[in-house]
Design a binder for this molecule. Sequence first.
Ligand SMILES: [Cu+2]
Length: 592
Amino acid sequence: MIRMGLVGAGYALLPSDERWSPERSAFADSEPPTSPSTTPFVRPLPRPPKAQKVPPFYNLPNGVGPQVPGLPPPSDEHAQFLGPETRYFHVVAEERLHSFDPKIPDTLIWGYRDATVGAWPYGVGPILGGRFGFTALGAGMMVRHENQLPAYHTGFGVPITTVHFHGGHQLATSDGFPTNINGFPDFLTMPPSRPSSAFGYFDHCFPLTDPGFMDYYTGKSTKRPDVSERPSTLWYHDHLLGFTAQNVYRGLAGVAMMFDDLDTGVEEDPDTEALRLPSGLFDIPLVIQDKRFNRDGSPWFDTFDHDGFIGDKFLVNGAVQPYLEVQRRKYRFRFLNASNARIYQFFLTDDLRHTFSMTQIATEGGLLAEPIPNVQSFQIGMAERIEVVIDFTNLPGETFYMENRLQQTEGRKPDGLASRGTRILQFKVTGPGVAVDNSRVGKWDGSKVVLRSFDPIKTEVLQKAVRRTFVFDRSDGAWTINGKLAGDLERPMASPLRDGPEIWRLVNDSGGWWHPVHVHSEFGRVLKRNGRIPPAGERDGMAKKDTYLLRGDESVEVFFQFRDYKGPFTFHCHNLGHEDMDMMARFDVVDA
Ligand SMILES: [Cu+2]
């Protein structure tokens, strides 16, 4: 019914022959093609630049900040988050030709572009940059997402967008609710949006304030901001109801790199508080995706396959198997799995397939409490982020690889580990000798090496928590949550109290299927996995997460406290094929 609502509200505005229909999916009944053959490691790793600041979109009330004739005031709900320090960005979603590989004809993709530049030769969007650490309001980001996708296009994808800032803690209206669509009236419970036209824009407000900073609805300071809750790698992607898989696969994804007064992004920072992690040229986001191409370079996608898309070409930052020249020093790599349905397990290897260790420093929720050294490999599900530091200083040899040894041939789940995997990124050590390196991995606090220390949730808080169980299952070919058909966004499946402690038990009862479950609005603390203490990389006290990988018949117990913002928000599987087949539910954060 929701999807019918989408058709009614938005689709109807498209000419009837341009609406998506099964007939338009040319390859639906055919076997997947084999992509054109490519030669790995001939292209350097693309490094999409940061989005540039643009002038304010609004005149602030009461004469605050520059007053530009003709600019409107901000909406009431955004006004209190805006100030002279607010950073404005303008991102355009557009159709453009992109070269994924010299041997693949150029591909017509949908992608994000920084509106301050005319052309964007990247397969992923501009890097949004933000800084935490202001408990005062008005120092966040305001991002105008403008939809310039063609109303007329061929093939899959729907040129209507809503953008989710994944991992962000923000107003529900800026969260990319799947039906909160650019240009159309919101037809659920959302308040009216900023003005927009059929293919217009939507202004997203990302306050970047610490959770618990104030009571947004009364304007009262709460004096209990959680300053440890500052993510480092976020991302943004399309979140359109029923069509997220197609739209993200067509290219609508980008990264955000966040900093604060601890993780300053300056490895020479003289401030004794600063962590001095590898920075600048040595701090590199890696957006991992898989795709499949027809011989003419067009992207192949089966709109009937809701197990989840599996490609045969591996891309890093929009290039097939690129290489990166590295110096003999430390690097920070921010891995984002932006694939539709593929899970990876990465090993650092050499030509002889020897493996070398890495140091994990972060997850979705930002820096770990302490670094995890001697990581031989890490598994990363869809939408998860894992950051590692690799030290090339003393590695024997000149050529190394990021090798995925997790085999996967269908969207349901991986097949298992292989001894030889696919090398998706090559590292070529260049330059003579050891390079200058002022970075370090954590700092000594007198007893141990720490990154961003924080305490696990206290027992007395856990004892007061409201407990909920969500069982993800499959019945008659459709996803169910707690036995009910999933996908009803018209009413909430849960209504947690704002600020109230919650423990959610997420249970995968669907046997052979794996589901990375993403919960919006707040990071979670993983208390248990399969009834036991979770591994360090996700355990409360060490890590914060926003996506919880449920392998076959697994369960996790996660602590949440939904602060600041009332719903509606969603939680859903981040296998985009599953998400689009409604493996999604709504929850409303409410006041008593
Ligand atoms: Cu799933």
